[in-house]
Design a protein around this ligand. Sequence first.
Ligand code: NAD
Length: 492
Amino acid sequence: MAQVEKRTASVPALLEWEYAPAPEARDIVQIRERYGLFVGGEEVEPRSGEWFESISPSTEEILFEAALAGAEDVDLAVSAARGAFDNGWAKLAPAERAKYLYRIARIIQERSRELAVAESLDGGKPIRESRDVDLPLAAAHFFYYAGWADKLEYAYPNRTPRPLGVAAQIIPWNFPLLMLSWKIAPALACGNTVVLKPAETTPLTALLFADICRQAELPPGVVNIVTGDGTTGGHLVRHGGIDKLAFTGSTEVGKLIMRELAGRDVRLTLELGGKAANIVFDDAALDQAVEGIVNGIYFNQGHVCCAGSRLLVQESIYEPLLEKLKRRLSTLRVGDPLDKNTDVGAINSKAQLDRITELVASGEAEGAEMYQPDCRLPERGYWFVPTLFTNVAQSHRIAQEEIFGPVLSVLTFRTPEEAVEKANNTPYGLSAGVWTEKGSRILWMVERLRAGVVWANTFNRFDPTSPFGGYKESGFGREGGRHGLAPYLRFE
Ligand code: NAD
């Protein structure tokens, strides 16, 4: 692929060597020209008669067409889910439900290479991440919730947990199969049936998941997949036949959904945006912290709701830390998501690239100082050089707004109290990171940080046994762990 020079930076690159290409086999996934909707256990043509294209963000090629579900399609999917709920899924012996979930988990493992390639092609994330993070975690979620299916009364002693009914689930594009697993696994384990809508830029793995449901011989209608954009999501939210809505996406759409559901008997969980502080104290192991900072913001091109997008550095170590960080940035390899050496892949869509570009321009205009390493970007596709800003004020847009891209804003602090004050100075409250060798300081910080997850001396670690979710404008409700069961159960 032709390459173009984009920018020259002041810190010299550490590596003089070029890595030889190490491409993963693309033909392990067979992508069809068109995919219909998955309703009642079958692939069906959309009644809307409408289709949309899914493109690969790293090459801009059209990968396939997917159905754009209209109101009638959504209605059929909700009816199929209701039928499956009433006709047996909810009444099935819990141990039998668990068997289906175990089966799905094992098929995900067996087909993980294919699914990882599909995820990287459709969404632009590096194969190393889809292969080593998204896929193992997706399977782990199904294994984990399979284990809970027949133990719900132990999770809630002296109460009688019962399923809610039909769960509508809407997910974003940053971890398509993983978000699907976070949603579908606990819903099914608790005896609900689902209608899931994947994001319009990344429907492929959800469509392959439909095939996995058939392979696992899941009863028809237990899982239904409706592809489409925000209008399809809107039909699902407004549908009178849903009992639960689980949404992961932007705070803006989360607010719209909340307004729509006000006064209706629909249970709601919202997993929204974030602007996490990654706080480094002067006694932290600096090299380790640099790895954590890089993992915190450049992992998955920064398309991570809990990304450590604000770095708070104790003033006394500002200079050595920044020097190490800039050197580390110069070693990140940006490019072909299917190359096993790639660290930072393509930006998920043109719209997202425009948003990142606009916010970065605002950072420069407001007076922050931008640093980008020497970096070659492919000519086609959507790319953004890993970027960091110093001289950032709390009031700058890049310190306040979620960029959802590979852009880090660096601020400083002197005392732990000031770190807490600055970290909490955001409408969001999803995650935070603390780097220090003192256990007592970690606990002191954790008590004061208004964040659903606080990582200590690590960042962006996920585990199905661990609850995840936010405060304030990052939403409410928890996914993962025993806490992730409650949003799918009623007790009355
Ligand atoms: P988005 O809100 O634009 O879209 C998310 C989903 O909602 C998509 O499937 C979209 O089609 C659908 N949608 C859009 N408009 C809708 C409407 N009016 N009614 C119903 N559905 C609608 O968000 P996005 O840009 O796809 O995702 C990025 C956002 O998601 C970021 O803000 C990120 O922080 C957040 N996110 C949060 C978590 C979390 O767990 N808290 C995880 C991943 C992503």
